[in-house]
Design a protein around this ligand. Structure first.
Ligand code: T4K
Length: 351
């Protein structure tokens, strides 16, 4: 058998999209000239306009990161009591509920796309439930129709954690147009980024002012502070990187689509390795390529593959392990209620 040499360069799960340095210098120069570094300057204004067009959404507000955006979305929608969400996600989703003194009620995921199992949501609704917060895990849209129907029937709000979903479309509609609010993360590890950053998209104009106040200390004017907001503004440098990366994103998605095809072609006949099927009515962004490793069939378990790949300088991740097993804010609930999530966190490997 041919011996494989370790890669000379370290291969990480993700590398940030980097615009050409000369263009970055030009942008910094513009910011310097303007002497306006943060608090809704020209870069912020242009980025917001361009991004809104790109994402094809009605309303959009920018934030310094996705986590604070999510926390403030919950405040703006005035959520109370219990929120039904998924145990299979990054800690930011669930932590945001705790930050707002809301109780997460975990609904198990389905094994097909690792998203919340919409068929189980209704059983978890009580008189204390105020919202559903699904996550479109790894850029795969949830069962949107069913979730919206349940929300309408029970008068619940829906906040989608769309952190992985930049530019994704479902049945020809932009993903950010569903639910009451969707949150996008623009962290450096995301396919589209502003170093750190995030956005909320929504259809209700009334939320626009609320988001502005919540991220800007609640200041309405020089002489009026009307709510106890925080500081979650996107600064000019973040917005400038966003503008530059918007010029690169379509090419990047094409590149990742091609890589996805190459992975699939090479892994398709390996027994014990499974990857996600593409849904016909989704336009993906190909940000991640998660695989499931079935130890019995593959002869090695996920952790062994993870360690072995490190020897070749390939650094995969076990997202979202060990969250719903070890993280006390999950296990405090009865973890027997989400067997599928517990199974997937032991088999998943992201490249
Ligand atoms: N909801 C969901 C479902 C999310 O996945 C996230 C974030 C959020 C909410 C919250 O959004 P933000 O507040 O972050 O906007 C990373 C990211 O920090 C996090 O944003 C992301 N999800 C999560 C899935 O991944 P870590 O702890 O795994 O990142 P880290 O530092 O280990 O980086 C991963 C790899 O990327 C490294 O091995 C090397 C490479 N890397 C990383 C950075 C930061 C680079 O090559 N360059 C870099 O600058 O969380």
């Amino acid at each position: 058998m041919k011996k494989i040499k370790p890669f000379d360069e370290l291969i990480y799960i993700t590398r940030p999209l980097l615009p050409p340095l000369n263009k970055v210098y030009k942008k910094i120069n513009e910011i310097w000239e303007s002497k306006w570094l943060t608090n809704f300057g020209e870069q912020h204004k242009s980025f917001k306009t361009e991004l809104k067009k790109y994402l094809k959404v009605k309303y959009l507000s920018l934030f310094c990161n996705g986590t604070l955006a999510l926390q403030l979305a919950m405040q703006a929608l005035e959520l109370t009591g219990e929120v039904i969400t998924t145990p299979f996600t990054f800690p930011a989703t669930v932590n945001s509920l705790y930050q707002n003194h809301l109780t997460p009620i975990y609904c198990d995921i389905n094994l097909k796309d690792f998203n919340i199992n919409a068929d189980e949501i209704e059983n978890l609704i009580t008189s204390n439930t105020s919202a559903i917060m699904p996550v479109h895990v790894f850029g795969n849209p949830c069962n949107i129709e069913k979730i919206e129907k349940i929300a309408n029937n029970h008068n619940l709000k829906v906040i989608y954690d769309a952190a992985h979903c930049f530019s994704v479309e479902y049945k020809g509609k932009p993903i950010g147009t569903f639910g009451d609010v969707s949150m996008f993360s623009f962290h450096a590890t995301k396919i589209f980024h502003t170093i750190e950053g995030g956005a909320l998209t929504y259809n209700d104009e009334k939320l626009k002012e609320k988001f502005y106040l919540l991220k800007n200390f609640g200041i309405k004017s020089e002489e009026e502070v009307i709510i106890p907001g925080t500081n979650a503004k996107m600064n000019e440098f973040q917005a400038a990187i966003g503008l530059l990366n918007l010029q690169l994103i379509d090419e990047e998605i094409k590149k990742r689509k091609r890589l996805n095809e190459i992975y699939k072609e090479n892994l398709k006949n390996l027994e014990g390795i499974k990857f996600l099927d593409e849904k016909k009515d989704v336009q993906y962004n190909y940000q991640y390529f998660p695989i499931l490793i079935n130890e019995e069939k593959f002869n090695f378990n996920r952790d062994q593959v993870y360690e072995e790949m490190k020897k070749y300088n390939v650094f995969t991740r076990k997202y979202f392990y060990p969250l719903c097993i070890d993280y006390k804010y999950y296990s405090r609930n009865n973890t027997d209620n989400f067997p599928n999530a517990k199974k997937i966190v032991k088999e998943i490997l992201k490249t």
